[in-house]
Design a protein around this ligand. Structure first.
Ligand SMILES: *[C@@H]1O[C@H](CO)[C@@H](O)[C@H](O)[C@H]1NC(C)=O
Ligand SMILES: *[C@@H]1O[C@H](CO)[C@@H](O)[C@H](O)[C@H]1NC(C)=O
Ligand SMILES: [Zn+2]
Length: 443
């Protein structure tokens, strides 16, 4: 290379580097702006978040509309119309709300979204759950638009409220609306979880909550007498059975036979018994009633009916004067009687498409998982629409709902490239005659 050539080369390289640095900086600053909007419960600033999303949509020439299924709980729906709008569309869902914080327990203020310059971590509530994903969708679209990419399928983005308090006024109403039916959605992407390993995690289902309260009653008695069938004794027998069952489930996880999301989790969340006195509890009286509450989570691959029999026969048997009720019980079965899950075998082309697209963007993937808690994805799966849970965060500790939630800026930027690859693949996908992509069959 001549001196001039070298000079030219260095100049171009510097220019490209500077342009990319500026681009990355503005991407990060948009993420920070979104994180700085306090959308924590119990009083999320939904309108400010909506204004921000709509301004982003304008800068990308996306169509936008605001829907309030419930007043002051706006859902923002964006649309990038495809060249063939008759094909089933792609829906990118994210929630705009976040869980509350205890600011004094944070090393950085939770709504400053400051970047720690030592390690590049961005600290903010919502940095993992899930404002990252919502904006990564938009940044991926920005890159695709810059590259003059034109989607064949229509791409929708929904920014929904209230996920953290059950999604009833957000994704649930949306999934059951006419608006949703008219969108003819073929595949939904929704949130997943961070992965402390170097691979990304993909979720095909989630565990269903069963919030159980068991109640024991028995004759009250003197605290000095050894009665049979007191309320406390009967409740304790149940707690022992519950604990044995819990240990059996945990043992399978510890032995590596099952993943966390594949077993039934049971955790005692309250115990209520005793006769109050001005100084605490009456100490020489056995109470006539005792209650215990359990948060149970059932994966759709488990036999929920047999668990219910176990509850009625072992955990709260009438033979021991016990009763039970569910504060919440979500069925693992959909309207068609089948477990609510998204297939990840060859019957679902989107699954192999997403895996290929991630690998193409130089990402690694773990094996398909069941989300241990609940997300909005269930409302779409209940409608029979496949939904994949995915948040592109590898090499990241799981800090959702925790203090000092953060995401590293490199992981965030990398995730945008991953979505770019996924959207390119999803938006161009044409299903062949027997459910296969003809182009892929040729390979
Ligand atoms: C911008 O981010 C991308 C994705 O992480 C990275 O490949 C690129 O090197 C970054 N550019 C600069 C100048 O840091
Ligand atoms: C059930 O409760 C009643 C009244 O509280 C008591 O008389 C009876 O012994 C209890 N039976 C059992 C099996 O615990
Ligand atoms: Zn979330």
């Amino acid at each position: 290379m001549s001196f001039n050539g070298l000079f030219y080369f260095i100049a171009v390289a510097l220019l490209l580097l500077t342009t990319s640095t500026i681009a990355n900086d503005s991407i990060l600053s948009r993420f920070q702006q979104y994180l700085q909007i306090d959308t924590a419960h119990p009083s999320p600033n939904y309108h400010k978040a909506a204004d921000f999303i709509i301004s982003q949509a304008k800068s990308l020439s996306l169509e936008s509309r605001t829907i309030e299924f419930v007043k002051n709980k706006p859902l923002i729906l964006l649309k990038w119309t495809g060249k063939n709008p008759d094909l089933p569309s792609i829906l990118l869902n994210s929630h705009t709300d976040v869980v509350p914080v205890e600011p004094h327990k944070w090393s950085h203020p939770p709504f400053d979204a400051a970047i720690d310059h030592e390690n590049g971590n961005i600290y903010a509530r919502g940095s993992q759950d899930m404002k990252c994903v919502g904006l990564q969708y938009l940044e991926a679209i920005r890159k695709l638009k810059d590259a003059k990419f034109e989607p064949l399928r229509t791409i929708y983005l929904s920014f929904v409220p209230d996920e953290e308090i059950g999604g009833h006024d957000g994704a649930e109403k949306f999934a059951n609306s006419e608006i949703f039916d008219e969108m003819n959605v073929g595949i939904v992407l929704d949130e997943g979880l961070a992965s402390p390993e170097d691979y990304y995690r993909l979720f095909y289902a989630e565990r269903c909550p069963m919030w159980l309260v068991i109640k024991a009653t028995g004759a009250p008695g003197h605290g000095a007498k050894l009665y049979d069938n007191t309320a406390m004794e009967n409740l304790l027998k149940s707690i022992e059975s519950v604990r044995r069952f819990r240990a059996s489930q945990l043992d399978m996880v510890k032995a590596g036979l099952k993943e966390e999301g594949e077993v039934v989790s049971v955790n005692m969340v309250f115990l209520k018994a005793g006769t109050p006195s001005p100084t605490g509890f009456v100490m020489n009286l056995q109470p006539s009633e005792a209650h215990a509450g359990f948060d149970i989570r059932v994966p759709p691959i488990a036999d929920q009916a047999s668990l219910e029999r176990r509850i009625a026969e072992e955990w709260a048997p009438a033979s021991r004067n016990m009763t039970f009720e569910y504060k919440q019980k979500v069925s693992v079965y959909g309207a068609n009687g089948k477990p609510i899950l998204t297939a990840y075998d060859s019957s679902n082309p989107w699954w192999s498409l997403i895996e290929e697209a991630i690998v193409k963007a130089k990402g690694k993937i773990g094996k398909p998982e069941i989300f241990p808690a609940s997300t909005d994805a269930r409302y779409f799966r209940m409608k029979g629409v496949p939904a994949i849970g995915f948040s592109p965060m590898a090499n990241t500790p799981i800090l959702l709902h925790d203090h000092n939630e953060f995401l590293n800026k490199e992981e965030y930027l990398k995730g945008i490239e991953v979505y770019e690859s996924i959207l390119k693949s999803f938006a161009s996908f044409v299903e062949g005659k027997n459910g296969k992509d003809p182009l892929r069959d040729e390979l």
